[in-house]
Design a protein around this ligand. Sequence first.
Ligand code: ZN
Length: 180
Amino acid sequence: MEDQLYVSYVNYLTHGVLPQRLPSTKSNFVSAASKFSLDPELGSLMRNGKQVLKTSELDVVWRQLHSHSGTRKMWKRVNDRFYFRGGERWVREKTRSCVACAHKNNSIWPAHISPLRPIKCTPKPFWRIHLDLCGPFPKSKDGNAYVGIAVCGFLKYVEAKGNFIFINIIYIIIIILTSK
Ligand SMILES: [Zn+2]
């Protein structure tokens, strides 16, 4: 609820004073105000036993209650404690703009979390060859869907070929050449 409207309701319920600028008609305002009550201890506006949220309080509430647990749980947490008209939409929009929430469903595969361990490499061309397969790609005329990749660990020289046998031949040649 807008802070100004909140103050208007508090003033009306405490002193019976109507705001100078009514948001709509007098009867509408009085009827709306009758749905709220004042908590004498907190001094805050209440509705259905819940504290009414002011616009200026939203950021604090978000910081205190948000735990990247998704829209539904966050809205339940807000709604259990506070009266907030339009709150569900607010929670949905805030959750959408939260980076951590956005990445929640594509969290990193646990194996990737372990620290990287450098592989020992003798500074010699073709001493170590890294082989991998890329794909599947749309099938070629020859029916290949994968591309074999060979990378020299030292030179970073790359060979790529659709026919993986080709890569294996290169690999065997390299082994023969380097084992001399
Ligand atoms: Zn989040």
